[in-house]
Design a binder for this molecule. Structure first.
Ligand code: SF4
Ligand code: SF4
Length: 353
């Protein structure tokens, strides 16, 4: 099974949209090894995602988990894979060489040209020059690494420029999401500006496609490919089924944004998973009432319990923000998809089908 290990609640950065409560709580080795055992106990493969706070504050735990899981994989024959989401500031060559040996997928949280708007060090210093240098190092050792940008309202004017910047730095895959949660306030003007930035981004992606540049921006690209493949993006979100977070203390929850809410506690690494509760939660999550009858219901991430909960406090209730954002994203992606198909149907099929 897949587990997301919150190795620490601590972080060396202080992003304006961060949803984590930072406190100096780290995972113990006891919890770590129990979590590794749990990952191998269910399903046909074991997957770990190293997460935080900032996971590289606990490099020692990552090394221990890799050694332990690689050994277990050898003795059990169960395949093991790993990934990590990091702010990148603590990356170094030694770590990256070990990550390469483990074939680790690394997602670098990096907002491109908007980095210093929201992502600052604790104490207030800007992070862009450090992260840009680390991005170069990361791509040198692990060129398949991807960038993950989170766009808050104040960073919207930098959106399209940031996509280009990350491409120019050498990323082949990027994902842009909008910031949610109590610290973020979207106005109608922000959403209008976001639409303009998405249009500019689509124009840029079209230019790259014409040059046969295989850059993939999943925010728009996945909407196109899901449509071609008839996939429902909402199915990626299965609370507590596909990727279960483990807190530093070893508790299990359905998704990161639910951590700390006892009503969603699904067990812990010592006593195991409360399967009845997982089932109950799966039954409870459904297409939101307000979405019934909408033509876009199969194209939209309306069932992302995490986003819904952050916006409305209810995992089954979509916010007007999410609905407006999804509508504009689908409209712009569909228009771009149509244009790219007309330009080169063969290349279009290779990239998106
Ligand atoms: S790097 Fe991540 S955990 Fe750290 S403050 Fe920023 S959003 Fe929060
Ligand atoms: S576009 Fe809005 S109403 Fe339609 S499925 Fe998505 S969230 Fe629901």
């Amino acid at each position: 099974m897949n587990l997301t290990l919150h190795l620490t609640d601590n972080c060396n950065m202080d992003c304006s949209y961060c949803i984590r409560e930072k406190c100096p709580k780290d995972m113990s080795e006891d919890v770590l090894f129990k979590a590794c055992d749990l990952a191998f106990s269910k399903g046909t493969r074991a997957g770990l995602c190293f997460f935080g706070g900032e996971p590289l504050l606990k490099k020692d735990l990552i090394y221990k988990a890799l050694d332990y899981c690689e050994e277990r994989s050898k003795t059990t024959g169960i395949p093991f894979d790993c990934k990590m989401t990091t702010n990148g500031t603590l990356l170094d060559e030694g770590f990256l060489e070990r990550a390469k040996k483990a074939d680790m997928g690394i997602g670098l949280s990096f907002d491109g040209k908007a980095q210093d708007v929201c992502r600052i060090f604790t104490g207030g210093k800007p992070t862009s020059s450090v992260v840009e240098e680390k991005a170069g190092l990361l791509l040198k050792v692990l060129p398949g690494s991807y960038a993950l940008a989170t766009i808050a309202p104040q960073a919207v004017p930098y959106y399209a420029e940031s996509v280009k910047h990350l491409h120019d730095l050498g990323f082949k895959r990027v994902s842009f999401v909008i910031a949610y949660g109590k610290k973020v306030n979207w106005t109608d003007d922000d959403l209008e500006a976001l639409r303009e930035q998405l249009e500019l981004t689509a124009k840029y992606l079209k230019e790259l496609f014409i040059k046969k540049d295989m850059f993939f921006m999943s925010t728009i690209g996945s909407k196109i490919s899901d449509c071609i493949r008839g996939k429902n993006p909402a199915e990626r979100c299965h609370l507590g089924v596909r990727q279960m977070p483990v807190t530093p203390g070893g508790d299990l929850y359905p998704c990161t944004s639910f951590i700390g809410d006892e009503r969603y506690l699904l067990g812990n690494v010592f006593d195991g998973i409360n399967e009845a509760k997982v089932l109950e939660l799966a039954k409870r999550s459904s297409v939101p009432m307000t979405c019934a009858g909408c033509d876009l219901v199969k194209r939209c991430t309306n069932s992302c319990g995490c986003a819904n909960r952050m916006n409305t406090g209810n995992e089954n209730q979509v916010s007007p923000l999410q609905c407006t954002y999804e509508r504009m994203l689908i409209e712009i992606s569909d228009r771009l998809g149509e244009e790219l198909y007309q330009i080169d149907p063969e290349l279009f099929a290779r990239v998106f089908a």
